[in-house]
Design a protein. Structure first.
Ligand code: FAD
Ligand code: AMP
Length: 474
């Protein structure tokens, strides 16, 4: 049978499944193909994000934070507990339940929106036909006026430290350790390395993170990165910068690492090694040779600003294309493409995509960094405010970090906001709204913020742009 749809999404990650729901809402006959199988071997919709990314990592971050609070932070509140222990199977099992709840939730949403799911690997053929190979090897072909490629990304493997799923693992492996590794090595101090390194550190691992670059968290504002680096050090995360892994050998007593730093060749032995050196677009088996869809030098599907591949009716979104590898970026592209297909005005503003790192303290930013403004010769003013002077943060015993706001020196338009501290993953949303509405620091400065809340740090940083913060010297 050759089923014909208005639109087929290949990939049901946050880009594909969200796009499929929007397409169905717009009255398009929609199918979505995904090959991901859960631990029970059944289809698990939701892609990397729901299965082995955003959601499970946040579940483990939250559980490990509770444990860490119990072992390290509750004493100042006068709370103590004898001999706190962590039961790893329960810890990981709770995460698995959350994953199942959400992947099942996508299946329910598909049903409610009358989206046809297919379980298998989709391959785009010429003429917008899609061949689906089921996990049992069966084949069928479906077709559509529009096909949206949303095949996502996979972890980058180092040729000298290949994943074996036991001693040398990727993100999926590090979410499923059956016990707390005594010594955990992490390659790459990026978002994933820092988050998963924090999880196991909080449970008692000795965590060493090797980062090839000389600067810590180069993607973030340096003032913010400095605070984060200091706090991670206090927590006992051993982050070695300028340390490039050259070899990893699995032996009986652990994984033997050879890395080089400014002092030459170094050795380290760990029980488990998480390789988190970035992700690459995944397109294996996705495209027949004659589709005309092009890949760039990094293997990403080439698209224009409307996520169109240049081939009639073929679009691509999410981690498989240019832009930040973030779930919300992919979802917004999915919505926009569905709207473009339906003849509506889709929209994704790349200038206001928020970034969040869910460590403790959390890190969040949106918009331009000071360096980008300097390089572009854009005149700006800076306002900042420390959480140390925020009553709520002090009451919570989490008075670390700051909010830093960059506004145009002449128009006062907010150009970037950078934060490190408690709850900043939520605080950044207010700034994104202000930036999206082309707001100024004066706008935020004049808005009433509830007291005592963490959001007062945003208010005071906005006042500080004009050197009139109330609770600090200007
Ligand atoms: P994916 O989520 O990778 O989904 C693609 C899907 O397509 C997969 O299910 C795959 O099996 C399927 N597929 C691929 N090829 C085919 C084919 N030919 N046929 C059928 N199916 C196919 N981002 C955030 O914004 N916030 C976070 O907190 C965050 N945390 C993360 C933590 C970790 C540990 C990791 C690894 C990632 C995290 N990310 C986070 C990144 C986020 O997961 C990705 O940006 C997001 O999942 C990309 O969505 P996507 O739909 O493009 O691709
Ligand atoms: P991200 O892209 O945010 O996931 O971060 C991955 C990090 O891994 C980057 O900061 C890279 O510099 C780092 N990295 C890549 N290869 C190596 C290596 N061989 N040794 C140590 N760090 C590496």
């Amino acid at each position: 049978m050759n089923d014909k749809f208005d639109v087929i999404f290949i990939g049901a990650g946050p880009a594909g499944y969200v796009g499929a729901i929007r397409a169905a809402q717009l009255g398009l006959k929609t199918a979505c193909i995904d090959a991901f199988a859960g631990k029970d071997g059944k289809q698990a919709l939701g892609g990397t994000c729901l299965n082995v990314g955003c959601i499970p990592s946040k579940a483990l971050l939250d559980s490990s934070r509770q444990f860490h609070n119990l072992t390290s932070h509750f004493d100042v509140h006068g709370i103590s507990a004898d001999n706190p222990r962590i039961d790893v199977p329960t810890f990981v099992g709770r995460k698995d339940k959350i994953v199942k709840q959400f992947t099942g939730g996508v299946a329910t949403l598909f049903k409610a929106n009358k989206i046809t799911p297919y379980f298998g690997t989709g391959k785009l053929l010429k003429g917008n036909q899609v061949e689906i190979t089921g996990n049992d090897g069966s084949k069928q072909t479906i077709s559509a006026t529009n096909v949206v490629l949303a095949s996502g990304s996979v972890p980058i493997e180092l040729p000298f430290a290949k994943f074996d799923g036991k001693a040398i693992v990727d993100n999926a492996g590090a979410l499923d350790f059956t016990e707390v590794p005594k010594r955990l090595g992490v390659i790459g101090a990026g978002v994933i390395g820092l988050e998963l390194g924090s999880v196991w550190k909080r449970l008692g691992s000795d965590v060493t993170i090797l980062e090839a670059l000389p600067d810590f968290l180069g993607v973030a504002d340096p003032d913010i990165a400095k605070v984060a680096q200091r706090e991670f050090k206090k927590q006992g995360l051993d982050i070695k910068l300028g340390a490039k892994l050259g070899k990893a050998e699995v032996k009986k007593d652990g994984v033997h690492l050879t890395y080089s730093d400014k002092d030459g060749e170094q050795k380290l032995v760990v029980d488990k090694l998480l390789v988190a050196v970035g992700r690459r677009a995944y397109t294996a088996g996705l495209l027949a040779d004659d589709t005309g869809v092009k890949l760039d030098e990094r293997g990403r599907i080439v698209v224009d600003e409307h996520c169109h591949t240049g081939v009639d009716g073929v679009w691509a979104i999410g981690d498989a294309v240019r832009g930040p590898m973030l779930a919300h970026k992919g979802s917004e592209e999915g919505v926009a493409v569905a709207e473009w297909i339906a003849g509506k005005a889709g929209h994704v503003n790349f200038d206001t995509i928020p970034w969040v790192i869910y460590t403790e303290p959390e890190i969040a930013w949106a918009g331009k960094t000071e360096k980008e403004l300097k390089d572009a010769a854009i005149p700006y003013r800076v306002g900042s405010f420390p959480f140390a002077a925020i009553g709520r943060a002090v009451a919570m015993n989490e008075a670390v970090g700051q909010v830093k706001m960059l506004a145009h020196a002449e128009t006062d338009r907010i150009l970037g906001v950078h934060m490190v501290g408690p709850g900043v993953s939520e605080l950044i949303a207010e700034c994104v709204v202000a930036m999206e509405f082309k707001g100024s620091s004066e706008d935020l400065a004049r808005i009433v913020h509830a007291h005592p809340t963490l959001s007062e740090a945003v208010h005071e940083a906005a006042l500080s742009v004009d050197k009139r913060a109330i609770h600090k010297g200007n």
